[in-house]
Design a protein around this ligand. Structure first.
Ligand SMILES: *[C@@H]1O[C@H](CO)[C@@H](O)[C@H](O)[C@H]1NC(C)=O
Ligand SMILES: *[C@@H]1O[C@H](CO)[C@@H](O)[C@H](O)[C@H]1NC(C)=O
Ligand SMILES: *[C@@H]1O[C@H](CO)[C@@H](O)[C@H](O)[C@H]1NC(C)=O
Length: 513
């Protein structure tokens, strides 16, 4: 299930300038809401549209040509040391901005170059960013005829297509394309598919196709749909890709198709997250098996396992947090899924403890920890089990209405993406995987805490990795109650100091703080 990702230092970007671009950056629209009055009006009328306060300002996302940092949606906060990677504070901010914020989108846009050039307006075309991480095409033919002969089920496969199975009527820059086919691995780039791209004699539509797909279609090579951390990496990259292609008012339209690049029937507890992106039924490779299909508008989105991609294994500079791209993703998702924000009636902090119903990484003295929290009248405590018995949107609702979210290391902590801005994520114990949720919390801009004093926790046994051997993730834990309360107390103190929290209370309780 988990693919190995090899990190290596990328070569210089020299020699990649001066390519003709179809429509970037000159025609790229600077101010999203101002450029498209109909989009702004819709937001104005819509209940809970997260961008209402940006409508009559010059705000831009940050990647647009001509968008000034001061006008951008958000800037990262870099209070800490950078630990020697860069020279100045400004460098540190910019580095984080490129690694994990809208700067990442900006770089994709700058890298975009034409791989297959149209001869005339209605012709085929293909453009991609470096290493074929993101591409988009018009009037593209994909020949799925030979899939009828495939007996095995397809997932993480690089040989879904063969030479000539994908192409269009346009002038192919073969060498340019091949030069970018250097990340050949199923979920790292579109190289495995696009290295097979070929020129067709005629415009495919009207000549080759059994099926014509008029609406924009996203090809989705997804990671593990059973695991929230990995599957949300798919959704996150889909959202980021919409920004890469955001030069028109329909950027976030749900009238688009999703074609999952697998012949397994899609199943996931997180299925409802697709409602954010499409109102149509999901397609997979079986949908078109045996057919020649022409896509008028095709998007090859950013992928979940890209080298230096987001957010799996992303190298992040020290000392910075709060990515606007991540908070925009969180807001967009909560808004589209209509996750309500509850009014509070008192000043108690809402503490949620995520309990696992799994064999490993259980809290052995969970009852005791819960009782100790409940004994404190400043906390409103809730123990939850997020499994298939609770709809995913209900889970999000609980998370979104929590101030302190506590759980032991596990994919469920990905819920931190949907906490309010002032919240604390308390990874009770990280099971020796230190970076994973710490970095995700930094990107999202919520405060991260974890257990430090190992003398105050008891590991049940050495752990039993399925492949044999000891492993900190394959056992259970008991925690010292006093130390636990002390840490939760620190979280509570932090939250009460946050301006955003004070404002939130003020709005609901109408009293002086
Ligand atoms: C599609 O592929 C099949 C076999 O793989 C081939 O016979 C057919 O000619 C192809 N169709 C087009 C339009 O290229
Ligand atoms: C992507 O951008 C292109 C060029 O602006 C546009 O024609 C196309 O409709 C966009 N696709 C999607 C899916 O938004
Ligand atoms: C509850 O708090 C009181 C006073 O702070 C303490 O004496 C008592 O032991 C606590 N009980 C639990 C179950 O933690």
């Amino acid at each position: 299930m988990y693919l190995v990702v090899v990190l290596f230092v990328l070569g210089s970007a020299a020699g990649f300038q001066g390519f003709d671009r179809l429509d970037l950056p000159e025609n790229h629209i600077p101010y999203y809401f101002n450029s498209f009055p109909e989009v702004a009006d819709k937001c104005r009328q819509e209940d809970g549209c997260p961008y209402k306060d940006k409508l009559d300002t010059k705000k831009c996302w940050g990647y647009e040509f001509g968008c000034k940092p001061a006008d951008s949606f958000a800037r990262p906060v870099c209070l800490g040391e950078h630990k020697g990677w860069v020279k100045s504070k400004e460098d540190q901010i910019n580095t984080f901005y490129s690694q994990g914020d809208f700067g990442y989108i900006r770089d994709q846009l700058h890298e975009m170059s034409v791989m297959c050039e149209p001869y005339f307006k209605e012709d085929s075309s293909l453009e991609c960013s470096k290493h074929l991480r993101f591409c988009r095409g018009r009037n593209i033919m994909i020949n799925f005829t030979s899939l009828v002969n495939r007996k095995e089920r397809l997932r993480y496969k690089m040989d879904v297509l063969s030479e000539g199975d994908i192409g269009g009527h346009c002038r192919l820059h073969k060498q340019r394309l091949m030069d970018e086919c250097d990340h050949i691995s199923p979920l790292q780039s579109w190289g495995p598919e696009l290295r097979l791209f070929s020129e067709r004699d005629k415009v495919p539509i009207g000549n080759d196709c059994d099926v014509i797909v008029e609406k924009p279609t996203y090809l989705m090579k997804i990671d593990a749909s059973v695991n929230m951390y990995h599957h949300f990496c798919d959704f996150f990259n889909l959202y980021a890709s919409q920004h890469v292609n955001s030069s028109h008012p329909d950027t976030f339209s749900k009238d688009v198709h999703m074609l999952i690049w697998e012949s397994y029937t899609y199943y996931s507890s997180f299925t409802s997250a697709w409602d954010v992106f499409t109102k149509h039924k999901l397609w997979d490779l079986n949908t078109f098996k045996g057919k020649v299909v022409c896509f008028k508008n095709l998007v090859f989105p950013l992928l979940p396992r890209m080298i230096f991609g987001l957010y799996y294994n992303t190298p992040l500079i020290w000392g910075c947090q709060k990515s606007g791209l991540f908070s925009a993703f969180s807001q967009h998702l909560l808004h589209r899924l209509k996750i309500p924000r509850h009014k509070v009636e008192d000043k108690r902090l809402r503490v949620t403890l995520l309990s696992r119903d799994t064999t490993y990484r259980n809290i052995l003295n969970e009852k005791e920890l819960i009782a100790s929290l409940k004994n404190n009248t400043n906390y409103h405590v809730r123990r939850v089990v997020y499994n298939r018995n609770m709809p995913f949107t209900k889970q999000l609702e609980i998370t979104h209405n929590s101030d302190i979210f506590i759980g032991i290391h596990g994919a469920g902590l990905t819920h931190l993406l949907f906490l309010p801005d002032w919240a604390v994520i308390f990874e009770l114990y990280n099971c020796e995987d230190e970076g994973c949720y710490y970095d995700l919390a930094r990107l999202r801009g919520v405060k991260y805490m974890t257990w430090k004093d190992k003398t105050k926790l008891k590991q049940q046994d050495k752990g039993h990795h399925p492949d044999g051997g000891a492993h900190a993730k394959f056992t259970n834990y008991e925690f010292d109650v006093k130390e636990f309360l002390r840490l939760v107390g620190l979280a509570a103190k932090y939250i009460k100091e946050q301006e955003s929290y004070k404002e939130f209370l003020r709005a609901d309780l109408h009293d002086e703080l």
